[in-house]
Design a protein around this ligand. Sequence first.
Ligand SMILES: Cc1cc2nc3c(=O)[nH]c(=O)nc-3n(C[C@H](O)[C@H](O)[C@H](O)COP(=O)(O)OP(=O)(O)OC[C@H]3O[C@@H](n4cnc5c(N)ncnc54)[C@H](O)[C@@H]3O)c2cc1C
Ligand SMILES: NC(=O)c1ccc[n+]([C@@H]2O[C@H](COP(=O)([O-])OP(=O)(O)OC[C@H]3O[C@@H](n4cnc5c(N)ncnc54)[C@H](O)[C@@H]3O)[C@@H](O)[C@H]2O)c1
Length: 473
Amino acid sequence: MNTIKADLCIIGAGSGGLSIAAGAAQMGASVVLLEADKMGGDCLNYGCVPSKALLAAGKAAHAMTQGAKFGITPVVPEIDFAAAKDHVAKVIETIAPVDSQERFEGFGVNVIREYGTFVDENTVEAGDTRITARRFVIATGSTAFVPPIPGLDQTTYFTNENIFDLRDKPDHLIVIGGGPIGLEMAQAHRRLGCKVTVLEGMRALGKDDPEIAEVALKNIRAGGVEIVEGAQIESVSQSGAEITVTDKMDRTWTGSHLLVAVGRRANIGNLNLEAAGIETTRAGIKVDASLKSTNRKVYAVGDAAGGLQFTHKAGYDAGIVIRSALFGLPAKGTDRHIPWATYTDPEIAQVGLTEEQAKKEHGAHAVEVLRFHFNENDRAIAEGKTDGLVKVMVVKGKVLGASIVGPQAGELIQLWALVIANKQKISAVANMVAPYPTLGEVNKRAAGQYYIPRLFESDRVKTIVGLVQKYLP
Ligand SMILES: Cc1cc2nc3c(=O)[nH]c(=O)nc-3n(C[C@H](O)[C@H](O)[C@H](O)COP(=O)(O)OP(=O)(O)OC[C@H]3O[C@@H](n4cnc5c(N)ncnc54)[C@H](O)[C@@H]3O)c2cc1C
Ligand SMILES: NC(=O)c1ccc[n+]([C@@H]2O[C@H](COP(=O)([O-])OP(=O)(O)OC[C@H]3O[C@@H](n4cnc5c(N)ncnc54)[C@H](O)[C@@H]3O)[C@@H](O)[C@H]2O)c1
């Protein structure tokens, strides 16, 4: 057995682990990085990157059907499903060098391609190597949750880990779960020529503001995806090439392929956490605001820490750990300014509190909800993409949250992420000048709604203006 001593040992080379490893090694710490599977983790290999690449292929196919309103004859695209998957593989291949073992070794990181397990409070074992370190980071991510639905174990099904490898176009893809994975995959497959049915036990896009989600769902349905809400799936069976799914009301759906997308579970089961005195919650490793576990030398980040499950959240966590573990400085994180986006067409994006959360926290009367619709935005009209709206939740001029559905919502939310991260007021956005004609004007116009009743519907303002005009030379 080899033994290594390091300043920092990171378990998992995904979004969180890689960010910490790159930062720590380049700032002079000795770093060991353990990875049991592919460098880059879920995001690069089975998550964000392939899903966005497949959505892009679907978008290209869809664009060919949308020319009529521009005077261009629409065509039914001929789709080579396997070639679309080649595109997905190519995108991964192009990005992979950034996350590669070679690049990290170039930073001076000792990369070990083995599964890490705790032996005691200060030691992790990986293959035939024992690592003792000043600090450890659990960055082991999450895996698709496969629920114990009767019959599922005797049925061929896909998760995000193998759906991107499928090269034969499904005739009819059934998706269990109407969250971001389910709906991104549903729209991409529909646009690539598959029949698609999404079966959601509760409300589709249930983590998003219902008014916002509804706009996206209407458009996804209009594109031919069948979305059934309130369909809690209770059994699955397969007969030859036919897969039948049954819900609690005994309704059945039959398709050719099945994707299970009902949420994710933190990868913490085989880390031997008890040996290191690390406690867990239902969601993942139990951490405080500085991401320290119950073993104060061990941090947990990203999906393994059980909070928001996004790549940029794992990256944000990395910054907290670097500050705390490398510089010994106090560092605390918060989710309040972490945005997220779902890359359906139209996109959905959120930062801070939703309308419901804001009203619950601050009282319904205290919260002003500013709205602006894309059908009043000149650029959106020119592009023929007018479905969508911005909602901004404000209390006494303070921006608490923003929700957007519409074209490029993931880009547009960034202004509100900046405002909330820097605790700026709505006036900061109202004062900004946006170039005309841009989609970004929706944000400024939403901010402007704050001043409409105060300026245009106020008797006091009218009186003042009247007086000034009377005496103004
Ligand atoms: C289909 C899909 C689409 C997504 N799209 C987006 C998106 O568009 N935007 C976004 O922000 N997020 C998206 N996500 C979420 C995002 O992928 C995750 O939040 C992110 O990857 C979490 O990063 P992480 O570092 O916590 O874990 P990961 O990136 O999963 O990395 C964990 C790594 O640890 C390794 N590992 C696990 N256990 C051990 C062990 N004991 N020893 C050694 N190695 C181990 C794993 O092999 C893995 O490589 C998507 C997820 C999915 C599934
Ligand atoms: N664009 C992005 O940033 C992006 C994209 C994909 C995934 N992700 C991340 O991955 C996480 C997981 O995504 P997800 O969509 O798998 O999970 P999710 O928890 O968001 O959605 C799963 C859905 O499945 C439903 N469900 C559960 N059991 C069911 C059953 N038996 N029958 C029918 N429906 C059932 C739930 O009600 C829920 O709506 C997301 O929360 C997000 O953090 C992010």
